[in-house]
Write a protein that binds this ligand. Structure first.
Ligand SMILES: *Cc1c(COP(=O)(O)O)cnc(C)c1O
Length: 497
């Protein structure tokens, strides 16, 4: 299996090259040259395997330049009960008859990003070895909260890597800040920036593309790489849990093998739902992919009209990991839907960069409507959904998952479709305790972060994840705070070059 770029179909690289490079030189994203198949018989047999075995089985179809032993090294290290508080790794809970919550947050940072970021460091270091890249890999991350911590936990003490995370001093929740400041590991660094998330992001991009910096790293035998969801190595682990959960439901007799299901995904950068699209096109029987957005509803409009327009107000919501106006992974979807037409992709994404807007062809509009349903809700509706789910089903969900639940309800009302449905549950409710507690109790809480967690534990009967419970007693290791203009110097000093 080789990989092409969405902006250069003629380009052909191995998965090891795609993963180490992260993004293609001309700005496109790497995609496998074909979508491998999974048959009903294979799905049946996956039912009898553990999660790491299922993952290894599916990775073998995509990472054909990896040996079986290399893949097992990655999956066994990433998906063990050392890192996940659930033996099944991706746990399925029942919300109500025929509706399942796919809980992707039993990893070390309590958000679904762990599913990919626990394994990416192993993919990256294995890939680097395969292509004889004898350099230390330096991961630079700009984060608005979840990605930074998940990347830190993934890369901590992974040999041959070093990771530096920048976050906006005033832009993350108190719990997220504690999670990062107390990070353990010998190869990690965390620094606050006096600025907003865009300043972090722009600073990191400027360092990545600075020729001077690159030369300095080169001579010290180091190279930069990226841990965000444009990297194929972050996307392919997400395909696994959709196939795995389908196999699990078949095994449990909840569905018959071949029966179609719906998949609902609370969406931001379009990575998670794109993974579901891949699972569908590999052979998992899917009726509708339901794309749920918060009030930053650029994707809802796009799927419903075929016009992508980022020229709109940006809202900070109680589901912050979905506050995004440019969904990078949409480029991969459109590349596939246009029959791998790199010229059209260059045209549309050129327009997006220049004018913030593009419109797809009628043919693509029809395909979008056929495969997807899209909806959105605001913060008030999100909290109402948390409250209703808690009262009706004694289930406590986080703010992002609640957006998915609300949009799914709208879908059911509108269509009358009662196809069995998997809802991707993307974060532990404890990660957003203040909003969840407010929604459940119907009033703003006066408690501090830790007392809120305790209160939520009383109400929800969900054990507090040890990673969050332990935070209270962990020493803070990182207190640096710098001006955005000083980032480059800071990075070079940390790396000692
Ligand atoms: C990142 C994130 C999302 C959005 O996922 P995408 O792959 O970016 O669409 C949803 N929920 C939570 C909790 C997240 O951290």
């Amino acid at each position: 299996m080789f990989y092409n770029s969405t902006r250069n179909t003629g380009l052909k690289v191995t998965s090891a090259e795609a993963i180490t490079q992260g993004i293609s030189a001309e700005g496109g994203l790497f995609v496998p040259e074909s979508i491998p198949e999974i048959t009903p018989e294979e799905i049946e047999s996956l039912g009898g395997m553990s999660y790491p075995e299922r993952a290894a089985y599916i990775f073998a179809k995509y990472l054909t330049d990896f040996t079986e032993a290399e893949i097992r090294y990655c999956t066994d290290n990433a998906y063990s009960t050392k890192n996940f508080e659930s033996e099944s790794i991706a746990e399925i809970s029942h919300l109500f008859e025929g509706t399942y919550m796919l809980e992707l947050w039993h990893g070390p940072t309590c958000a679904f990003k762990d599913m990919a970021l626990q394994i990416l460091p192993y993919f990256l270091t294995t890939s680097a070895k395969k292509i004889n890249l004898d350099k230390k890999i330096v991961i630079l991350v700009a984060t608005s909260g979840d990605t930074g911590k998940a990347a830190l936990e993934g890369f901590k003490d992974v040999e041959g890597t070093e990771i530096l995370v920048f976050y906006p001093e005033q832009g993350v929740s108190p719990m997220q800040k504690r999670q990062m400041k107390t990070q353990e590991g010998e190869n990690v660094g965390v620094c606050a920036l006096k600025g907003n998330f865009d300043d972090c992001q722009n600073g990191v991009k400027a360092i990545f593309t600075n020729a001077d910096v690159k030369e300095k790293l080169d001579s010290a035998s180091m190279m930069f790489s990226s841990a965000n969801s444009i990297n194929w190595g972050r996307l392919v682990p997400q395909v696994v849990y959709y196939i795995s959960s389908y196999a699990e439901l078949v095994k449990d007799g909840e569905i018959t093998n071949g029966e179609k299901i719906n998949i609902v995904v609370p969406t931001g950068n379009f990575g998670n739902i794109l993974a579901a699209y891949y699972a569908k096109h590999m052979g998992v029987p899917v009726n509708k992919l339901i794309c749920a957005s918060n009030i930053n509803n650029v994707l809802t409009d796009f799927i419903n009209t075929g016009v992508y327009d980022r020229n709109r107000k940006f809202y900070a919501t109680c589901s912050p990991s979905m506050d995004i106006l440019i969904s990078s992974n949409l480029e991969r979807l459109l590349y596939l839907m246009t029959g791998r037409n790199d010229e059209l992709i260059k045209e549309w994404f050129g327009k997006l960069a220049a004018e913030g807007r593009y419109e797809v062809t009628d043919d693509i509009k029809a395909k979008l409507k056929d495969e997807f349903y899209a909806g959105f809700c605001d913060d008030e509706q999100t909290k109402a959904a948390i409250h209703a789910v808690y009262e009706k089903y004694s289930y406590t969900c986080d703010t992002h998952t609640a957006v998915a639940v609300k949009v799914y309800e709208d879908y059911r009302k509108e269509t009358g479709d009662t196809t069995r449905t998997i809802i991707a549950s993307t974060a532990s409710p404890y990660k957003f305790s203040a909003s969840v507690l407010e929604a459940v109790e119907g009033k703003t809480s006066e408690l501090d972060e830790y007392d809120m967690v305790d209160r939520l534990a009383e109400l929800s009967n969900i054990p507090v994840p040890s990673a969050l419970a332990d935070l209270k007693n962990k020493p803070e290791r990182f207190s640096d705070s710098i001006e955005s203009g000083d980032m480059q110097e800071y990075v070079l000093r940390c790396l000692g070059v």
